[in-house]
Design a protein around this ligand. Structure first.
Ligand SMILES: NC(=O)c1ccc[n+]([C@@H]2O[C@H](COP(=O)([O-])OP(=O)(O)OC[C@H]3O[C@@H](n4cnc5c(N)ncnc54)[C@H](O)[C@@H]3O)[C@@H](O)[C@H]2O)c1
Length: 263
């Protein structure tokens, strides 16, 4: 394979017959790519969730059309609101006849020097990115434990949980928190046969991100990668599918870097 121009990897039935719930799945990035991969890897039914109602409806239709999977449902929800989280997981349990795999994709970032950061901005990023992942994980663990059939949770962290970058103290702190949450929750969840891991992507330049950041800055980030390019969203989704599958049966509490550089 040409690593600079990778070819889309077809499905291998990694999660055949499983049901999947994803948050933040109606955007142009990793969430929708993971939903597409889940269908291609054999998921029997999928619930997409997102805070954005209009985009969610289109995403449900698009996923059905593009993958041919009929059992695709949508539920609006904000991971920063506990009632939404409970309503979403209860809905998915009902619609899917039990959630086998949860993909916690929601995360929010802004760029601000720490000395200019107001508490509000700090809290907003932490509340969606870290607390949102915690709320989803906490209630899903409870529901999976009660169902007694095990399950898998895959969180979306970031290499910034390990690395330093200017203007990213809030986001990096949140993602380091997601990794710590993943480690500790995995230890508790092992008792009822639930595995919890995370992916830590470096950079995925989907259209929405390209619009929101200066071109020069994005090019600088791409140039740091050994392959001289950002990852495709589906390349991150592939690793999520691996973690969600039985191939990762002896992995829990891990955060896997999906990146072509270190340091
Ligand atoms: N894109 C990157 O370069 C990159 C790198 C490392 C990590 N990540 C992480 O990957 C995840 C996905 O990011 P992405 O950039 O691929 O975009 P994405 O398309 O996967 O997600 C964007 C979607 O999230 C939804 N959303 C925002 N706030 C929400 C909330 N509170 N509740 C529910 N949904 C919400 C938006 O409506 C949008 O549709 C995030 O956690 C992000 O931090 C992204």
């Amino acid at each position: 394979m040409d690593l600079k121009n990778p070819e889309y990897v077809p499905g291998h039935g990694l999660i055949k017959g499983k049901s999947v719930l994803l948050t933040a799945a109606a955007g142009a990035g990793i969430g929708f790519a993971a939903a597409t991969k889940a269908a291609e890897e054999g998921a029997r039914a999928i619930v997409l969730s997102d805070i954005h109602e209009g985009r969610l409806e289109s995403a449900v239709n698009k996923l059905k059309e593009e993958t041919g999977l009929a059992d695709v449902y949508g539920k609006v929800g904000n991971v920063a609101v506990e009632e939404d989280v409970r309503a979403l997981i209860d809905y998915a349990e009902e619609a899917l006849g039990g959630v086998d795999i949860l993909i916690n994709n929601a995360g929010l970032g802004t760029s601000k020097l720490l000395i200019d950061m107001e508490d509000d901005e700090w809290h907003r990023v932490i509340d969606v990115t870290l607390n949102g992942t915690m709320r989803m994980t906490r209630y899903m663990m409870k529901v999976m434990k009660a169902r007694g059939e095990g399950g898998v949770i895959v969180n979306n962290a970031s290499v910034l949980g390990w690395r330093a970058q200017k203007e990213q103290a809030h986001y990096a702190a949140a993602k380091a928190g997601v990794m710590a949450l993943t480690r500790c929750a995995a230890l508790e969840a092992a008792e009822f046969n639930v595995r919890i891991n995370a992916v830590s992507p470096s950079i995925v330049l989907h259209p929405m991100l390209r619009k929101s950041a200066p071109q020069e800055f994005l090019e600088e980030l791409e140039a740091k990668e050994a392959y001289g390019r950002a990852a495709e969203a589906w390349e991150v989704a592939n690793v999520m599918m691996f973690l969600a599958s039985d191939y990762a049966s002896y992995m829990t509490g891990e955060s896997l870097s999906v990146s072509s550089q270190r340091g």
